[in-house]
Design a protein around this ligand. Structure first.
Ligand SMILES: C[S@@+](CC[C@H](N)C(=O)[O-])C[C@H]1O[C@@H](n2cnc3c(N)ncnc32)[C@H](O)[C@@H]1O
Length: 329
């Protein structure tokens, strides 16, 4: 008989199993259980509302209690504060479309060993117009939160025109344009994506000051802007493409001008936090050269492009860091 090891294997077993937590959450969100639970209800009542068998709904709801998404009192369940704020359809910070994207991504994560063996993407999210639109709504549902933080953190009061490069749904441009009422903005992205952006822009009070432009940021950028935002863009490209992209941004910006980078950044030693380090693997799955970059990496790209006066800000509640840099100041 072997001696009992001094270390306990339980953390490993729990880690191997952790995808089950994510899948239970994905399923509960996909079945829209949280939208029914801002009011206390039994699992049978929820099952009847969504037209499913009682047994699986009770099982999913119990799992969600253990995961901190629901509270249970007697036979009644209700949303915890976080589920109520972010998982109920129709609320301003509804993140369910992002949860759907993660559920979709689960298929690609199953192929992670293949991506690691080949050092090649195993899937493409933006493979056609339908997926581009799905992805854009999903990004919107998470960026609507980080955009609010970004708009508070970066002072755009001295700027007249913002270029939102790879702007997706336009949520960042919309949020800052709503805050700075003299600011005009252009959302620059691929054709099917700017169609979605136009729908979100139309619902904003700042709509008359926001336009869209279809294009490829790897080929060229429009002029006439004194601020440029790259939110969740650098991680999708390799270091060489990022240096070239930021040089293109530098050349396109009017002086004095500001570039704002918003992204998820690992620490300098690449030992944490967990989110940006796992996100690097996400980029291995979906891109040829994408990665997550440290603050020093990004400052290096910016300096090479010609930018100066860099300033970095990190935010605890969201996995988001912001680096600003200036041209001609
Ligand atoms: C991760 S999303 C970020 C969207 C938005 N900036 C945000 O933070 O929510 C990346 C965006 O870059 C766009 N994109 C990727 N490659 C592009 C290219 N070569 N030219 C223009 N846009 C591109 C994608 O269509 C997508 O909308």
């Amino acid at each position: 008989m072997h001696e009992i090891p001094a270390v306990n294997p339980l953390p490993l077993w729990e880690l191997a199993h952790r995808y089950c937590e994510a899948r239970a959450f994905h399923a509960a969100s996909e079945l829209d259980i949280f939208s029914k639970l801002d009011t206390e209800r039994t699992s049978d009542e929820v099952a009847n509302m969504i037209g499913l068998h009682h047994r699986p709904v009770r099982m999913l709801m119990d799992a969600c209690v253990a995961l901190g998404l629901l509270e249970k009192c007697g036979r009644k369940y209700r949303n915890t504060a976080v589920a109520s704020e972010f998982l109920v359809k129709g609320k301003p910070f509804y993140s369910g479309n992002f949860v759907s994207l993660e559920a979709f991504s689960y298929q690609s994560w199953a192929k992670l060993p293949d991506a690691a063996r080949e050092n090649k993407p195993v899937a493409r999210i933006m493979r056609d117009e339908r997926h581009m639109k799905f992805f854009t709504h999903a990004m919107h549902s998470t960026s609507v939160f980080s955009a609010t933080i970004l708009a508070q953190a970066v002072d755009l009061s001295g700027h007249k025109r913002l270029l939102d490069i790879g702007g997706g749904s336009g949520v960042n441009a919309i949020t800052v344009a709503e805050k700075y009422q003299n600011l005009r903005a252009t959302v620059f992205d691929q054709g099917p994506v700017v169609e979605v952006a136009a729908e979100y822009i139309a619902k904003s009070l700042a709509a008359p000051r926001i336009s869209t432009m279809a294009g490829d940021y790897l080929k060229g950028l429009p002029g006439g802007h004194d601020a440029a935002l790259l939110s969740n863009i650098l991680h999708g490209e390799g270091a060489e493409d990022n240096r070239a992209l930021l040089k293109r941004v530098y050349d396109a910006l009017e002086a004095p001008g500001m570039v704002i980078i918003a992204d998820t950044l690992p620490n300098e030693e690449r030992t944490g936090p967990v989110f940006p380090l796992l996100f690097a693997l996400n980029e291995l799955l979906y891109t040829e050269h994408g990665d997550t970059y440290t603050e020093s990496d990004i400052k290096g790209f910016l300096a090479k492009a010609g930018f100066g006066r860099m300033n970095a800000i990190s935010f605890e509640p969201a996995p988001l860091s912001v680096i600003t840099a200036l041209k001609g100041a």
